[in-house]
Design a protein around this ligand. Structure first.
Ligand code: NAP
Length: 251
């Protein structure tokens, strides 16, 4: 008779898991055998919908309302996830916002808020889980950067700075955690169809499409499949890397 294995399922914590790219990541990782901790800012209905999709795929899901920009809240959230799931194998720092305008008009609070959510949010969640990652001697961290962090973009000084900062954070953490078998990588998507790019309007999207060699915007699921690869055992020898997924836009 075949021996029954009762291997514990791994948990993935996905910030910004309620919508867009984050939701696609939750679904893809559920399909890959992970249980999912979904962190969201305030859209509970969307978070519940993601959780329902994850459960349909046979995985467990829990939702956590948390502003990742707030150090105390983010730390408490990470600790709650550890308590609920007994560990986190993969942390996906995906939560992000934009507050676009030209630099001359950019208010300091809009600059700070974007840095606080996009960059400090990843720092808060990573710091809160670092000891656990080191103890378990393995794991995966994926930070959602952007090609805007590599190329810059007019009207997005705050966003570009936050996404470039994430690349530095990724490489520093990759060096710190490598000896414990934890890999840390960044993904730099181009223009992906979500609520974030939906705000731009058809004319702007068409202009961007003309700058994309593959001639179309990307899909959230395409980014999610890359995350699934990076958190898999097959990606054990990749760390400190920034992978563009942009239809060739930033090459
Ligand atoms: P989206 O559709 O606007 O979704 C944003 C997600 O982040 C939501 O789940 C939102 O939660 C969550 N969130 C926002 N502020 C938060 C906070 N303070 N604390 C915790 N969660 C927060 O965005 P998206 O297009 O999927 O983008 C996801 C990531 O990919 C972002 O980091 C973005 O910068 C990056 N990216 C996107 C593109 C693109 O073209 N779409 C390109 C490059 C990089 P609620 O639902 O509760 O509001």
């Amino acid at each position: 008779m075949a021996e029954q294995t009762t291997q514990k399922r791994r948990c993935a914590l996905v910030t910004g898991g309620s919508r867009g790219i984050g939701r696609a990541i939750c679904e893809e990782l559920a399909q890959a055998g992970f249980d999912i901790a979904i962190v969201y800012a305030g859209n509970e209905e969307a978070a519940r919908e993601t959780a329902a999709q994850v459960e349909k795929l046979g995985a467990s899901a829990r939702i956590y309302r948390c502003d990742v920009a707030d150090a105390e809240t983010a730390t408490a959230c990470a600790e709650q996830v550890l308590a609920d799931f007994g560990g986190v194998w993969a942390l996906v720092n995906n939560a992000g916002i934009t507050r676009d305008t030209l630099l001359a008009r950019m208010r300091e609070d809009d600059f700070d808020r974007v840095i606080d959510v996009n960059l400090k949010g990843a720092y808060h969640m990573t710091r809160a889980l670092t000891r656990s990652f080191m103890r378990q001697r393995g794991g995966r961290i994926v930070n959602m950067s952007s090609i805007v962090g590599l190329m810059g973009n007019a009207g997005q000084a705050n966003y570009a700075a936050s996404k470039a900062g994430l690349i530095g954070l990724t490489k520093a953490c990759a060096r710190e955690l490598a000896s414990r078998g934890v890999t840390v990588n960044a993904i730099a998507p181009g223009f992906i169809e979500t609520d974030m790019t939906g705000q731009l309007g058809d004319a702007v999207c068409e202009r961007y499409e003309q700058q994309i060699p593959l001639g179309r915007l990307g899909q959230a699921q395409e980014v999610a499949k890359l995350v699934a690869f990076l958190v898999s055992d097959s990606a054990a020898y990749i760390t400190g890397e920034v992978i563009r997924i942009d239809g060739g836009m930033a090459m």
